[in-house]
Design a protein around this ligand. Structure first.
Ligand code: PMP
Length: 484
């Protein structure tokens, strides 16, 4: 790709080695802590994802937009727990609620006194009248797909190429690019269908190769379409067998891919026409603003009205919790499906979901933390960060771009923002990415370890953003200086 062409691998490797040496000195205690963990944990960390950071890092505490490492180094955090702490680490109101509620019992498998107030706050924020709790966004999506099948009586689902909805087996698929030639009734082969289309002309899924231990081949019931491609979506829905279209309104998990104007108006209309439920996963796109993307001005202007939304991670400030909101109409169908089923396990829900603690914390977040002033600050800081990063890219003449969805932004190693996952993937460069992350870390800046995603919290100050931009500019200068 353009960036790799610009920077010969040997020069990048030399830059990387220099940063690694610098990290080893500055973060010696982190290196030691991670080494000690390796004696106790699979792949060296309590969750093996934690081994995916560009270099060892261990945290002594996190507060607001800051991480303090075990080395005593203070870092400005634009990762924010990969969205869990999008409203800042340990917001004081949430900490107070946690202390207050923890004394009154953590989980009794009964609703607490505050459940109705939290339900009202959820409706006020997101517009959906009926809610369910889950412990994680992965679970919320998994359960919602089950409900969708139960109420439609259909088996298939559609997801976007490049999607991530958590550890939901049936969504862990990619788009096929090796479609076999279609066979005509007479036996003669026609021309091969375009990439990603099966022999029947419908978009086709393949198991994501990195997934460990899959129980079955999800491509049997999951169809996958490129983002921003209405013709492919129409083809995927056309046979009337699709229970649900589960999508992020903007792809955020393979780099940021924004919807083209009008895409969701048409996509939602297609889903409605084919009797397919539109399930919007707002776990990351909550960054778009109060009420998430589905309540944003563009979504309202296009008249997009999902049947359900899922919001996880940040909704309880980083305590394990996710919520699912549904329309009154879908709620009625779900209620009927449950009543019609034999008594016993529904396959939906987990013991710790909807605890009185979780319900209370969501109420606290909505009322006291996710305030209009908080949203305004996040948006303003992210706009400044985007402008600063764009200016640095231009100053150093790098063939890169940056795009933004409210409080979330992403720089990508390609000149223009991609319109689908294939474009986003083509711009990925693991070695360059690892170097940029490490070099930013050595300059006091933490960004999400997966691709080049940043978030601004209400605690992120204008000075924090200025420090980010200065560090990014320095890193760009190193790259431009080493390029041909
Ligand atoms: N949905 C989206 C859009 C996500 O990005 C993620 C996690 N990155 C999830 C769901 C799953 O969240 P969790 O890991 O908390 O279950």
């Amino acid at each position: 790709n353009a960036a790799a062409f610009l920077l010969p691998p040997a020069r990048l490797a030399a830059l990387h080695a220099a940063e690694l040496a610098r990290h080893g000195e500055r973060f010696a205690a982190s290196v030691a802590a991670c080494r000690a963990n390796a004696a106790h944990y699979l792949l060296g960390a309590p969750l093996h994802w934690m081994a995916d950071w560009p270099a060892p890092l261990a945290v002594e505490r996190a507060e607001g937009a800051r991480l303090v490492t075990v080395d005593g180094v203070e870092l400005i955090d634009f990762c924010l727990g990969d969205t869990a702490a999008m409203f800042g680490h340990s917001p004081p109101a949430l900490v107070a609620a946690l202390a207050r509620e923890a004394e009154r019992g953590l989980s009794a498998m009964l609703p607490g006194a505050e459940a109705a107030a939290t339900g009202a706050a959820l409706e006020a924020a997101f517009g959906m009248p009926v809610w369910q709790f889950a412990a994680t966004a992965s679970d919320a999506n998994r359960f919602l797909l089950r409900w969708a099948r139960a109420v439609t009586g259909r088996q298939a689902i559609v997801v976007m190429d490049g999607c991530y909805h958590g550890t939901v087996d049936e969504t862990l698929v990619d788009m096929a690019d090796d479609a076999s030639p279609a066979t005509q009734p007479g036996g003669g082969a026609t021309a091969a269908p375009p990439p990603g289309l099966g022999a029947d002309g419908r978009p086709r899924a393949v198991r994501r190769p990195s997934i460990l231990g899959p129980a079955w081949d999800a491509s049997a019931t999951t169809r996958v379409v490129p983002f921003n491609d209405l013709a492919a979506l129409d083809a995927a829905l056309a046979d009337g067998q699709v229970a649900a279209l589960l999508a992020e309104p903007a792809l955020t998990n393979c780099g940021l891919v924004l919807p083209e104007p009008g895409y969701w108006r048409e996509a939602a209309a297609l889903a409605r026409r084919h009797g397919t439920l539109l399930l919007i996963d707002e776990t990351h796109t909550l960054s778009a603003g109060p009420g998430g993307w589905a309540r944003s001005a563009p979504a309202r202007a296009e008249g997009v009205a999902p049947d359900a939304v899922v919001i996880g991670k940040a909704i309880a400030g980083g305590m394990p919790c996710a919520v699912t909101g549904v329309t009154a109409e879908l709620a009625a169908r779900m209620t009927a499906a449950k009543r019609a089923a034999p008594p016993g396990h529904s396959g939906i829900g987990t013991t710790l979901a909807g605890s009185r603690l979780a319900v209370a914390l969501v109420g606290s977040m909505l009322r006291e933390v996710m305030t209009p002033a908080a949203w305004e600050a996040m948006d303003a800081r992210a706009a400044e960060a985007t402008a600063g990063i764009a200016a640095a890219i231009a100053r150093h003449r790098l063939p890169w771009c940056v795009s933004r969805l409210g409080a979330r932004l992403e720089f990508q190693f390609r000149p223009e923002p991609p319109r689908d996952a294939a474009g986003a993937r083509a711009a990925m460069d693991d070695a360059l990415e690892a170097f940029v992350h490490l070099a930013l870390l050595n300059r006091g800046i933490v960004i999400t370890p997966f691709h080049n995603m940043l978030l601004c919290s209400p605690a992120t100050s204008a000075a924090d953003v200025a420090a980010l931009v200065a560090a990014f500019d320095e890193v760009c200068a190193l790259i431009a200086g080493a390029a041909d």
